[in-house]
Ligand binder design. Sequence first.
Ligand SMILES: [Fe+2]
Ligand SMILES: [Fe+2]
Length: 297
Amino acid sequence: MAIKWDEEKTAGFREKLRQARALPTLPGIVSKITQMVEDPSVSAERIGRVIAKDHILAAKLLKLVNSAFYGFPGRISTVSSAVILLGFYVVRSLVLSASIFEAMEKTVVGLWEHSLGCAAIANVIARRLNLNNPEEVSTAALLHDIGKVVIRENLAEEAAVLDEAILSENISLYAAERRILKINHTQVGQRLCRHWNLPDRLAEPIAYHHEPSKSANHYVSTAIVHVADVLVRARGFGFGGDKWVPPLDHNAWAALTLREDDLPGLIAEAEEILVELRGFSFEIQNLGEKCPPAVES
Ligand SMILES: [Fe+2]
Ligand SMILES: [Fe+2]
C-alpha cells in the first residue's frame, strides 16, 4: 500500500526549522544557567543564586543531591553546596532534562525510557574510560533523540505516516525520516542545540550518534553515545521509535577499547543507575507547586 504524506507540509517544516520557528525555546533561567556553566569565571555560588530564584528547579536539584544515587553523607540544604557537590555539568544536565523532558515523559514514555537507558549506559562507559566529564556525556545521551520530540510535536500526522512506513516497509525510523521528511532527527537535534547555544561537546554526539565517523572534534563522546544507543536498543529497554537495533559502527566500538565480555558487567552497572534515575525522574514529576521554597545561604 502506497503511503501518502503532505510534501508541502514537510517542506514547510524544514523551512520553519531553518528559521528556528519550529524549535521550542528554553525557559529563560535554563538558558541562563547553560551559558553560565560554560563561563570559567562564574562561581558555584552565582549559579546557586540564579537557581534558587526558581523554587521548583531548586527543589529538584536538592532532591537529586540528597538522593541515594549520589550518596553524599548528611543532608545538603543549600543550592550552592548542591552545585559544588554535583558539579556544573550535572547541574546543567538536570536543569535541561527537567525542563525539556517534563512534557516528553508524559507523552512519549517509551522514548523517555530509551533516553534514560542510553544516558545510564553512556555514563558507565565514560567512567570506565576515565573521562573527566562523564556527566556531560550522559547529558548528550539523554538528549540524543530530542529531534524526535520536535518532529512529533510539529508534524503529528506525518509522524503517524512514519510509524506506518516503519511497519509496512520494515525500515528504521531513521530511514523513514530521511525518505518522507527529507530530514532526520539528528539534524533536527543539531539545530536545536544551535538554537539553545549548547556547546559542541553536547551538539556533536547528538548530531552524529547514528554516524559517529562524522564527528570531527568530540569523537569519543559521540562514539559513546552511539554505542550506548545500540546497546540500549539491543537490551530492549524503552522504545526508540522502531524495533530495529541500529547497526554498530565498528570503529566507534574499537575506540572505546571495550571487550565483548565487559558487556554483561557494564549493562548490570547501568541498570543499577537506571533504577535510581527512573525513581528520581518519577519523584521530580511529583514535585509540584507545593514544594517549599529552597533555602539559600
Ligand atoms: Fe537516534
Ligand atoms: Fe536513540
